[in-house]
Design a protein around this ligand. Structure first.
Ligand SMILES: [Zn+2]
Length: 256
């Protein structure tokens, strides 16, 4: 999709959406992935979502992801979300609902999915490790709000991030910001864990990094199997944290 003035034109939008719907009903959509005539493909797609299977370390993004500016994105999403609400049968003339499409669009672009845009990546300054503290540093219980990329509902949890200094240190709040940056995307928890670990390694110029995330997925708690008691733990241990004793020390800090 190109940033195109005509997309703001509701008539054109309608044609565009009608075209898409026709293609789907006729089973002509690219790769047939959404074909209503192909039940097994749909079942496979639903399985992939329910099993929360991710496909890559990098968040899958299109090359033209940032050709549009944020304000145009908000404007377009607002129009599309209005359509979703209309199709659901909601009355957008109601005072309580009339502002919802704009609120949702703004929240998507500027808040909960702002971590898709590399321009929002936290800039992290390194400092010399003046105290010569060369033990592990654990930043634990970092509050984490992310969104399941299969259902677009919240993942709520805590991240515990650790590193062993290689001569350089970062301000503690920067670790929280790195977690938040990668959390503010449609995610799978395994990828989120790895992305945080990779960024910590890159920033701190060390392999000695560990990340553990313990999170609840609302798509598991509030729909599907409706299990409100389960949580999901993912962990990435790199460098010295692959060593059993170091890992044990890290885990004991988290649990203390
Ligand atoms: Zn999900």
């Amino acid at each position: 999709m190109k940033p195109d003035e005509t997309m703001l034109n509701t008539e054109n939008n309608k044609h565009h959406i009608n075209g898409l719907l026709e293609k789907r009903v006729n089973g002509n959509h690219n790769k047939n992935r959404f074909s209503t005539q192909n039940g097994s493909v749909i079942a496979e797609m639903e399985d992939l979502g329910d099993n929360h299977v991710g496909t890559s370390l990098d968040t899958p993004m299109r090359k033209d992801a940032f050709d549009m500016n944020d304000d145009l994105k908000v404007e377009l999403i607002e129009k599309h979300f209005e359509q979703i609400m209309n199709i659901l049968g909601l009355d957008l003339n109601d005072d309580s609902l009339s502002g919802t499409p704009h609120r949702v669009a703004k929240m998507y672009v500027k808040e909960i999915f702002s971590g898709l845009n590399p321009a929002n990546k936290p800039r992290v300054a390194l400092f010399d490790n003046k105290y010569q503290y060369n033990q592990m540093l654990v930043e634990k219980d970092i509050t984490l709000y992310s969104f399941c990329e299969h259902h677009f509902v919240p993942i709520i949890g805590r991240a515990h991030v650790a590193y062993i200094s290689n001569g350089k240190v970062v301000g503690l709040s920067k670790i929280n910001r790195i977690v938040q940056y990668y959390a503010k995307r449609p995610q799978v928890q395994e990828r989120l864990t790895k992305q945080i670990a990779e960024e910590m390694k890159r920033v701190l110029q060390t392999e000695d990094v560990a990340v553990l995330i313990d999170a609840e997925h609302l798509c598991v708690a509030a729909r599907g199997v409706e299990d409100v008691n389960s949580s999901t733990i993912t962990a990435e241990y790199c460098g010295k944290f692959e060593d059993k004793a170091t890992r044990k020390e890290y885990l004991s800090h988290i649990r203390s």
